[in-house]
Each structure stands twice: as structure tokens, then as C-alpha cells.
Ligand binder design. Structure first.
Ligand code: NAD
Ligand code: UPG
Length: 440
């Protein structure tokens, strides 16, 4: 099939390349000329494991092109819309101006039988509104909403072998077209749910709301654990053995960030309020508040660890991205902590395997040191905020020889407290028993 992908960011660039893997002819379109130039040269404009390989093979096959001109989408019969839906500047709602502009741009090039497929995360009701725009001016094209559930860091696998496919459609033909698009994934047994627009839109935002709630739940338990001397990691392990609960997304720490969970729960709340149903999701405000409190708790812990003031002290912040295996710093808890500590007068040095370039663009006032050993030298305090493998694997004895003071805050609970304490470190986790050894 001939496919266009409008918007080639973290979602669209992977989707475009993956569609070639699934056997299609693809043109990726973006308004960002620099991004398109990189993609056209088969160079990913961001770090995503596996993307260089599929981008290279898709480009070499001659079945993947990139363009800044929406007219190049005219040959395609299926048009995925994967542009951003960030939080509006003045509020918590989703900014739909990019989605609206992408649809407006496509309209003159649509043909009878074309299917426009929304991928972006949108407030419920958006698809119905856009379907009527396309019905009016889309020259016989129709709309489907097919939300995306990929995780950054696993985006390639999640796109090629998704946990499920959700089609929000208004007619059977649209579902049949999507079946053709995803034939390879369906043949591999991917479950598919065919539903209406509103349900498809809601599946996406409620999935993210659920994940965010799970994380804030365990972070709330971490607060209680701390007040009682209990250990939240053991608590999560024990809870996780209950298959109804499951262990995933029960890692307490500095909380969730990124370009999705925080903005999506806020947009969901705003939409529910618009619908007069704010009360139904009022708990999401608490989920957000617990999450933001975790960032503050890490900062407070740093102040406490340094005896009441961070002023003039060297604090090494391990990680700037919102999670490992990504260079994405959107709403990153790690950067938030680094910026707050800097604001309090600390001599902050941040390091990260992939995120420094993006972090520097947003926060040029911070000092960055890509070399981990150099970063750690003479530190008064080490704060692990993003659990990249090299930080999880740090040797406390070796690191202990180069820092000024052996004090570490493990804001992701990924280090073994006993090992670090045995090497002479003052170790603090988040909701982990702060005393000496716990019998196992
Ligand atoms: N990043 C993820 O992991 C992920 C996963 C699932 C869903 N989503 C959703 O997908 C959407 C895109 O997210 P993202 O992370 O890829 O954002 P992004 O900011 O990385 O990419 C969006 C891209 O759209 C381009 N764009 C904006 N207006 C355009 C237009 N009119 N025509 C063509 N291109 C245009 C931008 O230049 C940018 O490259 C959002 O709604 C997001 O919530 C993201
Ligand atoms: O137990 C956990 C699990 C995750 N996180 C944090 O939660 C955030 C989000 O993590 P994750 O969900 O893995 O990353 P995303 O790539 O943002 O993916 C989410 O957001 C995407 C965009 O909507 C969806 O497609 C995905 O399904 C959804 O998992 C990160 O800051 C993680 O550090 C925790 O603090 N504790």
C-alpha cells in the first residue's frame, strides 16, 4: 500500500520506517526541514534503539521517502497523522492546532477512497469533529482513529509487534483498510479491537491515566513506607506477585515524566471538565500532585544530605532524560531536579549517555559533563535520577575514590543499599528502609 505519515517526530519517524518493514511504500512529511533532511539521509534525528537499522534498510529499499511538502502525500491512499498534541501554554488542555493544520494541509490532496488515520493522542471527541471536516471537504476520503501505544526506548518493537491494535472507525471499510496496513502484525497474532471513535480515543488516554495512577500509587506507598521504616521495593515485589496487580509500573522513585503521561493526564482532566464530568477523574489531579511532589522530595533529600544547604556544593546529577534508552527530555523529572538544585545555588554537573544535547537546548544554565568519571570527580553529593545501565552498574568502591563525600541519593531505587553502605557510602533511596540491613 502507499502510505503517508504526517509528522515525523518520536512517533512518526518510527511509524514511517516500521510501515516499510510491514511491506508498504511510505512518504514521511514534516514541516521541520532539518529533521526531514536528516531522515532523508537515513540519520535518525533522535536516539531510539533499533531506529537506525530500520531507517537504513527502509531507505535502501527505495520504499521510504521524506518531504517537507504535503503535496508529496498525494499519491498515498492511507495518511497517518502523527503530529504533536502538546499541553497548551496557558492551560492544561491539549493543543490541537498541529492536528488541525495537518488535516487542513492534507484536504486538497485527498481522493475518493483515501483513509486518513489519526495516531496522535487527542481529547475524546476530536475524531468526530475531524471526520465531519473531512466529510465536508475531503473529496470522498474518510477518517479512522488508531491510537499509538509505543514506549520510547522500545518504539520499534512496539510498532512492529504491538500488544494490541485499536481501530476507531465509522464504517467496516476503514477497518478492512487498516487490516491490510497491519496484515503482517495481525498474522503474528496481534489482538485487534474495532470500535467507534470515542472509545478508541478513550482507550489511549485511559491507558496512560492508568499507568500514571499505578506509578503515583506506589510513590504514595513510598511516602508511607518512609514514615514507618518499611521498604517500598519489597512492598512492590510482594504486591506484584498478585497477578491481578502485576509488578510492572510499580517502581517508586522520582516519578513519571516525558512527552506523554504528564500532559495526557492533564488533558484528560481538562476534557472531562469540559464534558461536565470532572468529578469522575478528579483523582488524576492527585496522581499529578503526588508525581510532582516526588521531584520536590528528591530536592529536599539533597538539602538534608548536605546538612541544610546545597549552596556552593558540587552535586552530580546522573541522568537528564525522562527515562533510559531515550534522548527525550520533555518534562523530565531529572532535569527538573537539576534545575531546582542549581536555583538553590548548588554547583550542579549533569551527565547523561544520550540527553545532554537536548537538555542543553532547554537549560543552557546547567553544566554538563558527558564523561561519567570526570563528572563524578570531587562530588559532594551524587543523585541518580535516570536509571541508565552505566549508573546502575557503578562500582561504589571505584566511584568512592574520586568523590569528595560518599553520599548518594538513589532516586530510582535501582542500587543495592547494602553494597553501597558496605563501601562506606551514605545511601538514601525513595521509600526504602534507611537503616542498616534488613533480613532477607
Ligand atoms: N512519543 C511517544 O512515545 C508517543 C507514543 C504514543 C503517542 N504519542 C502521541 O503522538 C503524537 C506525536 O508525538 P511525538 O512524541 O512524536 O511528538 P514530536 O514533537 O516528536 O513530533 C511531532 C512532529 O510533528 C511535526 N509537525 C507539526 N505540525 C506539522 C504539520 N502541520 N505537518 C507536518 N508535520 C508537523 C513536528 O515538526 C514534529 O516533528 C502526540 O500526540 C503524542 O501524544 C507519542
Ligand atoms: O514503574 C515505573 C515505570 C515508569 N516510570 C516513569 O514513567 C515515565 C513514563 O515511562 P514509560 O511509560 O515507559 O514511557 P513513555 O515512552 O512515555 O510511554 C508512555 O507514554 C506513551 C505515549 O502516550 C505511550 O504510548 C506508552 O504506552 C506509555 O507507556 C518515565 O519517566 C519512567 O521513568 C516510573 O517512575 N515507574
Amino acid at each position: 500500500m502507499r502510505i503517508s505519515v504526517i509528522g515525523c517526530g518520536y512517533l512518526g519517524a518510527v511509524h514511517a520506517s516500521a510501515m516499510v518493514e510491514l511491506g508498504h511504500d511510505v512518504v514521511g512529511v514534516d514541516v521541520d526541514g532539518a529533521k526531514i533532511a536528516q531522515l532523508a539521509a537515513a540519520k535518525p534525528p533522535f536516539f531510539e534503539p533499533g531506529l537506525p537499522e530500520i531507517l537504513t534498510s527502509a531507505s535502501a529499499s527505495g520504499r521510504l521517502r521524506f518531504s517537507t511538502d504535503i503535496a508529496d502525500a498525494a499519491d498515498a491512499t492511507v495518511h497517518f497523522v502523527a503530529v504533536g498534541t502538546p499541553q497548551t501554554r496557558d492551560g492544561r488542555a491539549a493543543d490541537l492546532s498541529y492536528v488541525d493544520a495537518a488535516i487542513e494541509g492534507l484536504l486538497p490532496f485527498l481522493k475518493p477512497g483515501d483513509l486518513v488515520v489519526g495516531k496522535s493522542t487527542v481529547p475524546v471527541g476530536t475524531a468526530a469533529r475531524l471526520a465531519s471536516v473531512i466529510a465536508g471537504r475531503g473529496n470522498g476520503a474518510t477518517l479512522a482513529w488508531n491510537p499509538e501505544f509505543l514506549r520510547e526506548g522500545y518504539a520499534v518493537r512496539d510498532t512492529i509487534e504491538p500488544d494490541r491494535l485499536v481501530y476507531g472507525v465509522a464504517d467496516e471499510r476503514a477497518a478492512a483498510v487498516l487490516d491490510e496496513v497491519y496484515a503482517a502484525a495481525l498474522a503474528a497474532g496481534t489482538p485487534r479491537i474495532v470500535t467507534d471513535y470515542a472509545t478508541a480515543e478513550l482507550v489511549k488516554v485511559s491507558a496512560n491515566a492508568f499507568l500514571a495512577t499505578k506509578i503515583s500509587f506506589i510513590n504514595a506507598m513510598a511516602e508511607i513506607a518512609e514514615a514507618t521504616g518499611a521498604d517500598v521495593t519489597q512492598l512492590a515485589d510482594a504486591l506484584g506477585h498478585d497477578t491481578r496487580i502485576g509488578r510492572r509500573f510499580l517502581n517508586a522513585g522520582v516519578g513519571f515524566g516525558g512527552g506523554c503521561l504528564p500532559k495526557d493526564i492533564r488533558a484528560f482532566t481538562a476534557r472531562a471538565e469540559e464534558l461536565g464530568r470532572g468529578e469522575s477523574v478528579v483523582f488524576l489531579k492527585e496522581v499529578d500532585a503526588i508525581n510532582l511532589r516526588q521531584r520536590q522530595r528528591v530536592v529536599d533529600r539533597a538539602i538534608e544530605a548536605l546538612g541544610g544547604s546545597v549552596h556552593g556544593r558540587k552535586i552530580v546529577v546522573l541522568g537528564v532524560t525522562f527515562k533510559p534508552e531515550s534522548d527525550d527530555v520533555r518534562d523530565s523529572p531529572a532535569l527538573d531536579v537539576a534545575v531546582q538544585l542549581k536555583g538553590l545555588g548548588a554547583d550542579v554537573v549533569a551527565t547523561d549517555p544520550q540527553g545532554i544535547e537536548n537538555a542543553r537546548l532547554r537549560h543552557p544554565q546547567l553544566s554538563y559533563e558527558p564523561d561519567l568519571d570526570l563528572a563524578l570527580r570531587d562530588a559532594d553529593l551524587v543523585v541518580l535520577v535516570t536509571e541508565w545501565r552505566p549508573y546502575r552498574d557503578l562500582d561504589p568502591v571505584r566511584v568512592g575514590a574520586s568523590v569528595r563525600a560518599r553520599t548518594i541519593i538513589d532516586a530510582r531505587n535501582v542500587l543495592d543499599p547494602e553494597t553501597w553502605r558496605a563501601a562506606g557510602w551514605h545511601y538514601r533511596g525513595m521509600g526504602r528502609a534507611s537503616g542498616a540491613s534488613v533480613l532477607s
